[in-house]
Design a protein around this ligand. Structure first.
Ligand code: NAP
Length: 290
């Protein structure tokens, strides 16, 4: 579905009191760049879409909730006078991902960046999972991310050779903790895939950045932690999705290997790499908050 509104030539509304009515702070790096954001209907993805538009880029929005995407699109046009096409899509459907990609290329032409942000998971002991649920987590967090990357890579390399892929992983992809076995495994897979691909893509001028986050205050926890117990216990240091999005957008089209937030979780992951048993003993109480 395309939500279309016309953009004035300079991208802003007509002059009001002699000044352009435009909240945008156009950044040359992003100006007129077409950037696909998956999982754009809420949380980090919705904030990313806004930040991209604020900097003069054109976010192309993907998620399942057509109504939420439509609303976001209207808000973005109202605030930044940027048209953003929306493509409601269940990323777990391989056929739908393929056919939507064809429509996106036809509608938008050259794509400049892809942010694989959609993802989900549930914090629970492994015996509480069915194989179907495990398959669902991997289908969205890993398989869809790989399929999107493959489809859009072909487009980057044939058009410009300077694309950027940003994969939203997690600190759970670096350091697994109890009750996160399935989610952590999926995010470890994202990091493994991304680390290999980054080296494959470097010679053709395509950058790949991974984003590893600690808890972020979004709807993610509605599914991950329905009891609200974990959310409550980490409330003090939950990241703000808007600040996370600002940091990511600041690094679009830059050769940044990883974005890690908060810094002290990254420090713990590094220490875990050196002395896992020591850290698991030291931080046992912290690790068992789920
Ligand atoms: N929040 C955290 O604490 C945290 C920490 C580390 C990493 N992350 C990662 O950050 C990313 C964004 O999560 P968030 O915190 O912003 O959570 P969120 O608010 O729940 O957003 C998830 C997004 O993914 C979309 N989505 C879910 N299933 C989908 C499907 N089958 N097809 C298409 N889109 C789908 C959702 O939209 P629809 O429901 O409309 O489809 C929504 O837009 C995820 O990859 C998550 O693993 C989050």
């Amino acid at each position: 579905m395309m939500v279309k509104t016309s953009v004035l030539e300079n991208g802003c509304n007509a002059k009001r009191n002699g000044r352009e009515d435009c909240n945008r702070m156009t950044d040359d790096r992003l100006n007129n760049k077409k950037i696909i954001v998956t999982g754009a209907s809420s949380g980090i993805g919705a904030q990313l879409a806004k930040e991209i538009a604020k900097a003069g880029g054109k976010p192309i929005l993907i998620a399942r909730s057509a109504d939420k995407l439509g609303e976001l699109c209207k808000t973005i046009y109202r605030d930044y006078q940027i048209d953003c096409p929306v493509y409601p899509l269940d990323l777990k459907s391989e056929a739908a991902v393929q056919s939507t990609a064809e429509v996106i290329f036809e509608d938008n032409g050259e794509i400049n960046a892809l942010i694989n942000n959609a993802g989900a998971g549930r914090f629970a002991g492994i015996q509480e999972f069915s194989m179907g649920e495990i398959e669902d987590v991997f289908s969205l967090n890993v398989k869809a991310l790989m399929q999107m990357t493959m489809l859009y890579l072909n487009q980057f390399s044939s058009t410009q050779g300077d694309g950027h892929i940003i994969n939203i992983a997690s600190q759970a992809g670096k350091l697994a903790t109890p009750k996160s076995a399935v989610y952590a495994a999926s995010k470890h897979a994202v990091l493994g895939f991304s680390n290999a691909l980054r080296m494959e893509l470097a010679p053709i001028g395509i950058h790949l950045t991974t984003v590893n986050l600690g808890p972020v205050n979004t709807n993610f926890f509605d599914n991950a932690d329905p009891s609200g117990k974990y959310r409550q216990s980490v409330r003090r240091y939950m990241l703000d999705p808007h600040k996370v999005a600002q940091k990511i957008v600041k690094n679009l089209f830059k050769k940044k290997r990883e974005i890690n937030l908060p810094w002290w979780m990254e420090a713990a992951s590094r220490m875990h790499g050196i002395a896992p048993r020591f850290l698991e003993t030291m931080l046992k109480k912290q690790f068992n908050k789920k």
